[in-house]
Design a protein around this ligand. Sequence first.
Ligand code: ARG
Length: 471
Amino acid sequence: MNSKKTAVDGGNHAALWHGRFKEGPDQAAVAFETSIHTDARMCFDDIKGSIAHATMLGKTGIIPQNEADSIVKELGVISDDIASGKLKIDTDAEDIHSFIEGVLTDRLGDVGRKVHTGRSRNDQIALDERLYLKRIIPDLQKEIANLMQTLVSIAEKHTDSLLSGYTHMQRAQPVTLGQHLCAWCQMLKRDYERLEDALKRIDLSPLGAGALAGSGLPLNREMTAESLGFSGVTANSLDTVADRDYCIEFVSCFSLLQMHLSRFCEEVVIWSTEEFKFINLSEKWSTGSSIMPQKKNPDFAELIRGRTGKVYGDLIALLTMMKGLPLSYNRDMQEDKQSLFDAYDTVFSCTKIFNYMIGSAEWNTKRMSDSCTGGYANATDLADYLVCKGMPFRTAHGVAASAVRAGIEAGKNLEDMSLEDLKKISPLIENDVFERLKPAFCVAARKTTGGPAHERICDQINSLKLFFNSL
Ligand code: ARG
């Protein structure tokens, strides 16, 4: 291979570990093992962790206070320089930790060489990931809440817009668009809360776990934990550097969220067909065909549905990467970040785009309401009607089924059959049945908590609004 000096074999910023080696590694080896392209996005978290660590080193007297002060000050300057673009991250460095330490040492000389006292990249990377997740997860939660708010504002306008509910993709019982959208909101609310819950578990500082066995230096772990905003420190140094549960847990949360978006997208695709025509996507969030001039395709829903495979793939990659690793740190674990970041980026953009797409769509309430008639979606209501007249439900189910059969044979909906015909099926049926079989009545009758009746949907909308106010 060519002889260009790299960071790993003693170039600009020599690898932190080059001292033990007589020979530098092969160029191809370097290209294969470095992680700077992936972990550079945690540069500010890495610097933040180093500032807390150096401050603690000074306060505990492990390094002189004035040196700790210069390290902290220079790390602040490095952070500003990266933010302003004055300092470019050198992709020849092995990883973000090496790069920051290298720049610090360039600028401060031997003082910079003290920043890694009592620390390993193993506890450092665990810290960077936790700080990064604590910083970015709230952004995703905000996107989820925004989407929920969009859905609630549509639901509010459609508390009484009739829609057939489906099971097995067959018309089942009438509901409303309001209730349907609130159903998606409940799933998204759980997705939001799952992230909140996972955040609690990463709220412990790994710093001080060292490479695996803690430190013989009098580090004050609680001090760094507190200054970094953690509620405490991790309990076992081996576990600390070997743990990637949190990556798997977050990507599981992302997978569930993405699965919900994907299901909703499937519905959008179906509902936007000529056959259904329940929803009309905005032209801004549709695409056309290069050959068929009439086409308006729901590509955004399809792309979100399609990207779900990527997120699940990231989850499987992480689970598989971890499944054979003995304690404690193993380099396999470096591969966690690609999966974690890819899953986050995917689910973040999909949530945002879905919100735009659904928020700009039009709802065809006439088509939806028409879906409640034809298909005998009120057959359960006929059975309930007979139950109210004292008939045992199983018998009522049989009677309503006979009515459906008679309707199919006569080519009529239940409500279009004559009283005389219905009475032949059960003498308990009276004229009031026709009111009871209207879809609006079916919906209004279902007043159980969580049901589609107007009052119940208003309850749901109100409690979702309370949830938004609590955020
Ligand atoms: N790039 C490494 C990772 O992401 C950082 C820790 C390196 N530790 C080591 N012993 N080589 O896991």
